[in-house]
Design a protein around this ligand. Sequence first.
Ligand SMILES: Nc1ncnc2c1ncn2[C@@H]1O[C@H](COP(=O)(O)OP(=O)(O)OP(=O)(O)O)[C@@H](O)[C@H]1O
Length: 255
Amino acid sequence: MATAIKVEHVSKRFTMSYHRTMKQMAVAASKGNKVSETFLALDDVSFEVEQGQAIGLMGLNGSGKSTLLKLVQGVMRPDSGTVRTRGRIAGLIATGAGFHPQLSGRENIFLNAAVFGMSEAETRRKLDSIIEFAGVGKFIDTEVGHYSSGMGARLGFAVAVHVDSDIFLADEVLAVGDKPFRQKCMQKIDEIRKEGRTLFYVSHSAGSVRRVCDRVIVLEKGVLGFDGGVDEGITYLHYDDDDDSGTEESLGADI
Ligand SMILES: Nc1ncnc2c1ncn2[C@@H]1O[C@H](COP(=O)(O)OP(=O)(O)OP(=O)(O)O)[C@@H](O)[C@H]1O
């Protein structure tokens, strides 16, 4: 099997500012107080993914999952280390990312598809199917700025799944959609798996990770804490003890 993603000794540092205005910063600095602090959102992370593997990327809020996905997608660069990927990458890593709020849903489909490397002709060919999948109905010609967060996620996911990608990144795709849409997304993710495409699936739901993934990577405060089997990863996180009724967990079980 060929390697699809190779992450080697990757670190990413962010700066956290304690003050919002220049004046506040100047006052704090004159008193000798700290005005900002840098911290490692990712700290020397290394792993390899074989083509066709489905990775469940898990960890507590703020552990660095989205940051790692952004590095894999290439929209952000590591401060040190390397990220190498093979093939076309698509996915939804942030609700509404890449959408222009003053353009309509239809216009944003073309914009977003172009960002993923789809030609205008390819987008036109797939347009009806994308609109149908998004299921935003008559709102397709409304400004995206007026969409609910769920509608924005539906549109973003609809475009992403229509890209012929080798690697699919899904960050919290099931967090904002309603139940019928989440079921549709899970079916699509199953198709992506069957087609032998590589999947990176970020989720807090043990049920859906079990359903979709064959390997789990756990981040803990930016450090790779666990890399191995799905059940072992979920046990490592103690996510089996949770009461997930009414959330993605129950969805993972009932579809
Ligand atoms: N652009 C940025 N500038 C400064 N800090 C950032 C930036 N992006 C992320 N962070 C910080 O980096 C840390 C990791 O964030 P990240 O979004 O990767 O976590 P996550 O594991 O995806 O969290 P969640 O489960 O809540 O989605 C957090 O402390 C976050 O506040």
